[in-house]
Ligand binder design. Structure first.
Ligand SMILES: [Zn+2]
Length: 427
């Protein structure tokens, strides 16, 4: 019954989805060379469209004395400049192509930081993106119409909640709206029959903790637990494993870029190479979206720190798609010392070192209210020895340029919002 509703909806909204899905199931067995050949073919198409159908890219090419024919290899992509969200916002109209599409959807990036971006995405690109997600599901034998629990934090009005419940119902989906006791009890009852869970990893983690602490009935039918759009702390895994019988896996993407990577059963995040070209430049990700022609996105600095695995790294699952070793975190705001500024990536190093050297897995949030001072909020309790280890690591990175305090045993439950690992109130 839900399969029927799903299939009908898909045919109406995303007629090309099933073709894309078959294509992706086929290309998942391709060699790296074939994948790169496909990328080059799509890149050339994209460049031609961008040059001949948009005002923005035409200007970019002309100003740098380039012609589409100058892009003959994936390496040649580097001849083009990098763009940022600022350009997508300021030249929004000029970046849209004047191509006619049968069907367009309006995409919206939720502006957690800064302005929200609106753009058109053609049906084909939208369907490709959904098919990419469903290919990831297929690795876990999950079908999109199966019963699923969804964790997504927003503050909804009463009417919005009703509407969402209805839409969720059609999609065989249920979700948690807040952390009040009765909501949690209700949600956990429903979990029993769920086949997969997905959404904010911090909320999945919170729910896992509640199940473990109160010794509640554990869902036994789960095939996949997937975190999106937030950093999955290694410290989450133990509780999640205990409550849901498996690790939480990661899906990485953004509205502008589509799905960038999806974690396979062997624990590696494979790049969605049929959809994106990913470059790592100074530890930052730069993405080209190969499938979207309504709003071409070429060499876009998404704003995350990442680390790509060497091209020679292989995966037990057999797929040759390149691997992203780590999505280290949002670049976000600078950290201010008394004299110098630092990247927020430093926090990642500090806690990574603690995990590697001391086996200490911590969930953290760092807050800066004034320059030269930081507050480290740690969820776990810390003994004196652990506290000293943390202090030492902080000093390695900030030397004498930063005062700091550490508060442990803190409740880091995000209040229906994304959990940010660094909050700066300096303007
Ligand atoms: Zn793999």
């Amino acid at each position: 019954m839900f399969k029927f509703i799903y299939k009908t909806g898909e045919r109406l909204r995303n007629p090309s989805l099933s073709n894309w899905f078959y294509f992706l199931k086929e290309s998942e067995t391709w060699s790296l060379a074939s994948l790169e050949a496909y990328q080059l073919k799509k890149l050339k198409e994209l460049i031609t469209v961008a040059y001949s159908k948009t005002v923005y890219y035409k200007n970019i090419f002309d100003l740098s004395g380039l012609k589409p024919a100058d892009i003959q290899s994936l390496e040649d992509l580097k001849k083009l400049p990098i763009i940022t969200k600022n350009e997508l916002l300021s030249f929004n109209k000029e970046i849209h192509t004047n191509l006619k599409f049968n069907k367009l959807f309006q995409a919206n990036t939720s502006g957690t930081s800064g302005e929200s971006l609106k753009f058109n995405r053609e049906e084909s690109a939208d369907s490709f993106n959904r098919a990419s997600i469903y290919r990831g599901y297929s690795w876990y034998q999950v079908n999109p119409w199966e019963r699923n629990g969804y964790f997504w934090g927003y503050n909804f009005s009463r009417i919005a909640v009703l509407k969402i419940r209805m839409l969720d119902g059609l999609q065989n989906r249920f979700r948690i709206f807040n952390y009040r006791k009765e909501s949690i009890d209700f949600f956990i009852k429903k979990l029993k029959n769920a086949k997969f869970l997905h959404g904010y990893s911090s909320m999945i983690y919170e729910t896992a903790k509640i199940i473990n602490t109160h010794n509640l009935e554990k869902p036994l039918n789960l095939k996949m637990v997937k975190g999106t759009s937030e950093k999955v702390f290694e410290a989450y895994q133990e509780e999640i494993q205990k409550a849901f019988g498996q690790r939480i896996i990661s899906e990485y993407g953004a509205a502008e870029t589509g799905i960038i990577a999806f974690e396979c059963k062997s624990g590696n995040m494979h790049l969605n190479m049929e959809g994106v070209i990913v470059e790592e430049i100074d530890q930052e990700i730069v993405v080209t979206n190969l499938q979207m022609q309504a709003f071409p996105i070429i060499r876009y600095k998404l704003g995350d720190y990442i680390k790509l695995a060497p091209n020679t790294k292989t995966c037990e699952c057999g797929m040759q798609h390149l691997i992203i070793e780590e999505v280290t975190g949002r670049i976000g705001q600078a950290v201010y010392g008394k004299n110098n500024t630092y990247p927020s990536l430093y926090f990642y190093y500090i806690f990574k070192n603690l995990a590697l050297k001391q086996g200490l897995l911590l969930t953290y949030q760092v807050v800066q209210e004034v320059k030269g001072k930081l507050t480290f909020l740690i969820e776990q309790p810390l003994d004196n020895k652990q506290l000293t280890h943390l202090e030492n690591e902080i000093e390695v990175y900030f030397k004498n340029d930063m005062e700091f305090s550490i508060e442990y045993s803190q409740n880091l439950t995000p209040n229906n919002k994304k959990l940010k690992s660094f909050i700066s109130n300096i303007v």
